[in-house]
Design a protein around this ligand. Structure first.
Ligand SMILES: *[C@@H]1O[C@H](CO)[C@@H](O)[C@H](O)[C@H]1NC(C)=O
Length: 580
């Protein structure tokens, strides 16, 4: 463990980071050792509640030496806990049914197995990075049986393993005094599956490429076209009228001019670029949002190009790496915005910006870790990994954010507002209830949520159930659609707000977009109760904790993108306002 953390740190230092993947090249010669790794065991319905395989009183085979052992940081973060099974398997040599070990049950071991069988425990193993699942036992008529024979069918193509099947056989009734003997059997078969296609059998095209999926994309797409059309139509008409009225200038009769000036968004031109309240937090959120959006885009793109699902944990490693590398963006956009708002506490702003998201993630992980440790679950993050993550935050993310902040303040820290800000803030007039920022914010999230909730179903299902998500093209498309919808909706919201002579558009546009995530969280609650069969404190805490984190991240992304769109829009419309 220590070694691999060091390795990761070095790797970050040198910025050559493809070394995360497993070291061996997946090529074997006849009679080469093939290692069966035992990973975790846990209830079928609680996918994240996993325990080390040997936390159940299973036994290890007689073989003790293997040629390599390898664990990466993302493995540790994801609760992967590989242990050698002790089974002697050699490439392309069949093994008849052989006893590999035995367990004499006593009261305690008996109870452990019965508990596992009752809760539909199943375990996961890896051979040559291919995951295999087996079920612990079976209940019939309140008798508990355990499967004791593992039959492996291995498919090979030239010098590579391309397919593994396991069948559990020989069920034995559990009683407090049975002696269990575990056996295994290996048969090798030539297979025509190509090495690069060997993960295809884990994918579920009939689930992911279902008509509903295509239909939802098509639907959202129509919505985008409609929305963009609507927004541009309404705004262009309104703005053109406004422009026309303004450009007529003096030859217009005074009454109409007064009328035109008396209400509407132009009235607040002296306040619209006033620094927002809580500007430090606001700028930090915007900075973090820039970074997170970039990370999500890059990771989805990498996933499309690289078929990352074939390598355990590589998605997480990529995300951590990209997050660290893109820290300057955070500093740049947060820092420059803060400078433009005239903020003075720039070091504090930078610190908040740099540590906002890492602190949220670590805080949640820490809490869940507590429960995991209490349950002895393999999700408990090892101390060494925590130290490694802290080091990355302090020695990579922080300095890079600092660089970004300094650049941002110096390169684009000068205010470039088209209108001057009045010294005295204008009072905000009374308005109808549905024009209040709170209401606008809540309504703002509805349409963006509607454009993504079907994709949310697929993402949730692949994370919380045993499906591998691989349709990243869909995901990218939906992400783009979401961002476009968010921008359109926030622009409309901000326009209504400004027309009601309320100039607090910065936070409103941010929160209006961010409220999408609130609906996503509500959907997650619905999903938990109606689509999953999770139970128990650990799994529930895990679910709601990480869903909150997911929604939080989505909120920051949507909020930032909404704000960027709106601020461009606001700049555009006020750049034509003539100030007398
Ligand atoms: C594994 O099972 C599948 C489906 O039953 C079968 O098509 C395939 O040939 C099996 N592989 C091996 C190596 O036996």
């Amino acid at each position: 463990m220590k070694k691999s953390n060091l390795h990761i740190l070095l790797c970050f230092g040198l910025f050559v980071c493809r070394a995360f993947a497993d070291e061996h090249d997946h090529k074997y010669e006849d009679k080469d050792e093939v290692v069966l790794w035992m990973n975790t065991v846990g209830p079928y319905h609680n996918r994240q509640e996993t325990y080390a395989y040997f936390s159940l009183p299973f036994c290890v085979g007689s073989k003790t030496t293997i040629n390599h052992y390898h664990e990466t940081m993302s493995d540790a973060l994801q609760g992967v806990e590989l242990e050698f099974s002790g089974l002697d398997i050699e490439y392309k040599s069949d093994i008849q049914k052989t006893v590999y070990c035995g367990v004499q049950l006593n009261e305690e071991k008996y109870k452990a197995f019965v508990y596992a069988v009752k809760n539909h425990y199943w375990y996961q193993m890896y051979i040559d990075d291919l995951p295999i699942w087996g079920i612990v036992g079976e209940v019939t008529d309140s008798n508990y049986y355990i499967w004791t024979h593992k039959k492996f069918e291995m498919g090979y193509n030239e010098d590579q393993i391309v397919d593994v099947n396991i069948t559990s056989e020989d069920k034995v009734l559990l009683t407090p005094s049975t002696k269990l003997t575990f056996t295994y059997e290996v048969t090798w078969r030539r297979s025509s599956i190509k090495f690069k296609d060997r993960f295809d059998k884990y994918l579920d095209p009939s689930f992911f490429q279902h008509r509903i999926h295509w239909f939802s994309i098509f639907n959202s797409f129509m919505m985008v076209i409609f929305l963009v059309g609507l927004v541009s139509m309404i705004l262009m008409r309104t703005l053109r009228k406004d422009y026309a009225r303004y450009s007529k200038d003096d030859d217009i009769d005074d009454m109409e001019r007064d009328l035109g000036d008396e209400y509407g968004w132009k009235q607040v031109h002296g306040d619209v670029f006033r620094p927002t309240s809580h500007s430090l937090l606001f700028c930090s959120l915007i900075g973090a949002g820039h970074q997170l959006t970039t990370v999500v885009f890059s990771v989805i793109t990498f996933a499309i190009l690289g078929e990352l699902y074939t390598e355990r944990g590589s998605l997480l490693s990529t995300a951590i790496f990209v997050y660290a590398v893109t820290s300057p963006l955070n500093g740049f956009f947060g820092g420059s915005l803060y400078a433009r708002m005239g903020g003075k506490l720039w070091i504090r702003q930078m610190l908040v910006s740099a540590f906002l998201l890492p602190a949220l993630v670590c805080g949640t992980a820490f809490l869940i870790n507590f429960i995991a440790i209490y349950y002895h679950a393999s999700r408990a993050i090892p101390f060494g990994t925590m130290v490694a993550v802290t080091c990355i935050c302090l020695f990579v993310i922080l300095p890079l954010t600092l660089v970004g902040t300094v650049l941002g303040r110096n390169l684009s820290g000068q205010p470039d507002h088209p209108c001057r800000v009045n010294a005295v803030p204008r009072p905000i007039p009374e308005k109808k209830w549905f024009m209040e920022p709170g209401v606008i914010i809540l309504l703002g999230g509805v349409l963006p949520f509607a454009s993504i909730f079907i994709e949310m179903y697929f993402i949730f299902t692949s994370f919380w159930a045993y499906k591998i998500y691989y349709v990243y093209g869909f995901m990218l498309l939906v992400f783009l659609i979401l961002l476009i919808v968010v921008v359109c909706v926030t622009i409309v919201c901000a326009y209504f707000l400004l027309n009601a002579e309320d100039y607090r558009w910065q936070w409103t546009s941010f929160l209006c977009a961010a409220s999408t995530a609130l609906y996503v969280y509500f959907y997650a609650v619905y999903y938990f109760f109606f689509k999953t069969k999770m139970y128990g404190l650990f799994q529930t805490a895990f679910y709601f904790g990480y869903m909150a984190l997911f929604s939080g991240g989505l909120a920051v992304i949507c909020g930032t993108v909404g704000y960027i769109g709106t601020s461009l829009f606001v700049k555009k419309i006020y750049s034509t306002v003539k100030i007398d």
